[in-house]
Design a protein around this ligand. Structure first.
Ligand code: WTA
Length: 621
């Protein structure tokens, strides 16, 4: 029997109208089928398309000479550059031909481990042009993390830089790749885009210089006709268990929701200059630096550097220089600039700015006000956009200039998105004013379709906690206007500077240290990062010098995961609070680091109640 749609007739009409604004080689046979019970949902099945024709080719008639990408280098003394839609089209075709020459075919996985230069964006689109699947690994991850992702995705080719600039540092990406791929048989080819000219080793037959190869590649490459549900990319993210999950997104649904949400949330105009400060290694960089803007023919700014290099005025200088009209950034960046005082942004009029956006973590009210007043000069609406790697695109957000704002509230769902709150027992909360676990009731087009290679884990992680619902892992409050305020993760995921880190992953890394018996990691409030990482560790021997051990633990975590997962505080303890069945009570540890001692609850039933007082006494900071 053919599967039924989970959508109301109204939503069916809505999504087909939205989809009709895109370019299809062949229209769909069924708009949507499947639901959160069977976890086999499909959108636009039977349709054929290529997303790059929607990002590039269809704009050529009217926007050939319009800027598609503005590239602002790390060093402000290096000239900015740009590519028009016409030039970007040619560059993508050329890169696509390069991939083909190196044996990449439809369905192959290509990994990118790069700094933020235009070749990265061109590379992703080149994959999409020929039907290859891209997977970007953030340059801040260690070789060991990269290896795990290469191994899991079975990528055949990786594109990297000799080195990447980040402030006054150079990250030696190529040598990190060399380390990651030792004895990895699935990876065949390494393409190196020269950027920093630091010394690198090139292995004959495996490693190739991008500049050498690209010059012989043709400037036209036909767009591979793809099925709606063919994969577009895999992006790894942390979950509450150890191994990162490769979320798989498929072409048509992702395109439709990302394109439409970009247009609606930011209320895009033809002359907008849109700047998303996220790295392409994260979902925000995929959806709203790359695909969202290009699908709408919008000029997108790509920034190689960091907010405070060479000075904390850099963001504001870039806004003035390129006449940015929309800035989309993370609360952590705002808070890190806030500490230098309002005088700095106040000395820049930033008259071009029209809309401000926030993403990646809850924005506290103070940072919201600062952003609104000193950056937006009380003139620009702030869109606080809630969404996830899994959701592909924005889910809950004000529409710029339309939705009445409330500081620190993501406000209302976008059309076609049906969020609900559920209590811990799984009952849907019908009262308007409520606090609960945030779930989504019905499918939307850009929801990830699976965890690459592990559909069972996909079902378990997202669709089993509350039967028939997608569980986000976030807690939320709903107020009398129906506005949502996201309160943060309710699972074992820590959000450090907007980056998701699984506590289990960090614990596994810490436990690699031979002195460590056991560890428990929780999030702690952090004035700039939002959350920091607090690690409680028990040792198997008495150590006089705990400083050395702390350093060794930080080094191990950096080596295994990367510097972003380095604990901010490490407390060596005699014992961790455990239930009688031996389960570590992280909830108690969380209350301790949050200084919420009144709510620790009854500890008398613990296996080792004495340890709690000792931990409180030894608490760091
Ligand atoms: C958090 C980033 C509050 C949330 C797009 C979510 C937010 C996780 C917001 C996803 C927001 C994202 N307000 N919290 N506006 N946006 N989050 O996968 O906890 O890197 O589950 O996607 O970030 O992080 P991810």
């Amino acid at each position: 029997m053919p599967k039924q749609t989970a959508l109301t007739p109204e939503l069916q009409t809505y999504w087909s109208e939205v989809a009709n604004t895109f370019f299809w080689k062949k229209k769909w046979e069924s708009l949507q089928t499947g639901d959160f019970n069977d976890v086999d949902f499909k959108w636009f099945n039977g349709a054929r398309l290529n997303i790059t024709e929607n990002c590039l080719d269809r704009h050529l008639e009217k926007r050939r000479n319009k800027k598609a990408i503005i590239f602002e280098p790390n060093n402000p003394n290096e000239a900015a550059s740009f590519l028009t839609f016409g030039e970007l089209h040619l560059s993508v075709c050329r890169f696509a031909n390069l991939l083909k020459k190196k044996g990449i075919k439809k369905g192959d996985v290509v990994c990118f481990y790069m700094g933020m230069t235009p070749e990265l964006m061109i590379g992703l689109l080149a994959c999409a042009r020929i039907g290859a699947i891209h997977t970007v690994v953030f340059g801040g991850f260690s070789p060991q993390s990269l290896r795990g992702r290469l191994d899991d995705s079975k990528a055949k080719l990786i594109v990297t830089h000799d080195g990447a600039y980040r402030g006054d540092k150079v990250t030696p990406l190529k040598s990190m790749v060399d380390e990651a791929v030792i004895d990895l048989t699935t990876l065949e080819t390494i393409i190196v885009v020269k950027r920093t000219n630091n010394p690198i080793e090139m292995k004959a037959g495996r490693d190739f210089d991008y500049a050498e190869l690209i010059k012989d590649c043709d400037l036209y490459c036909p767009a591979q006709e793809m099925e709606a549900e063919d994969p577009l990319f895999i992006l790894y993210t942390s979950g509450s268990t150890g191994k990162p999950k490769g979320l798989l997104h498929t072409i048509a649904g992702y395109m439709v929701h990302v394109g439409k949400s970009f247009k609606d949330v930011f209320q895009i105009k033809e002359n907008d200059i849109f700047w998303c400060t996220a790295d392409i290694g994260w979902i925000t960089g995929h959806s709203y630096l790359t695909y969202g803007p290009l699908l709408n023919g919008t000029t997108t700014v790509m920034f190689e550097g960091i907010p405070n290099y060479p000075t904390p005025a850099r963001f504001w200088e870039v806004i003035e220089k390129h006449k940015i009209s929309i800035l989309y950034t993370a609360p952590t960046a705002i808070r890190s600039l806030e500490k230098f005082g309002p005088e700095i942004p106040e000395s820049f009029p930033m008259k071009s700015l029209r809309v401000l956006g926030s993403v990646g973590e809850p924005i506290n009210e103070e940072a919201w006000q600062w952003y609104h007043k000193h950056v937006g000069k009380n003139q620009c609406p702030i869109v606080d956009t809630w969404w996830q790697t899994e959701t592909g695109g924005i889910m809950i957000s004000p529409l710029a200039g339309i939705t009445k704002l409330k500081p620190a509230h993501a406000t209302l769902p976008l059309k076609g998105v049906e969020p609900i709150l559920v209590d811990d027992k799984g009952n849907i909360i019908n009262e308007l004013v409520a606090t609960g676990n945030l779930c989504i009731k019905t499918p939307w087009p850009s929801l990830a379709r699976t965890i690459y290679g592990d559909h069972e884990r996909f079902i378990q992680t997202y669709f089993s906690t509350y039967k028939g619902l997608y569980f986000t892992g976030d807690g939320a409050k709903r107020d009398e206007d129906g506005y949502f305020r996201i309160t943060g993760r309710v699972d074992d995921v820590i959000n450090v500077s907007g980056h998701r880190i699984g506590t289990a992953e960090v614990e596994e890394a810490i436990n690699e240290n031979p002195h460590v018996t056991e560890s428990a990691v929780v999030g702690m409030p952090h004035p700039i990062k939002g959350q920091g990482i607090y690690a409680f560790v028990t040792c198997n021997d008495h150590l006089d010098n705990t400083e050395e051990l702390e350093k060794a633990i930080r080094d191990t975590v950096t080596k295994i995961i990367g510097p972003i997962a380095k604990p901010d505080a490490i407390q060596i303890v005699e014992g961790l609070p455990k239930t009688r069945s031996g389960k570590i009570m992280r909830r108690i540890l969380r209350k301790i680091v949050e200084n919420d001692l009144d709510n620790i609850g009854d500890t008398s039933t613990l296996l080792n109640p004495d340890c709690v007082d000792k931990i409180i006494k030894g608490k760091k900071n």
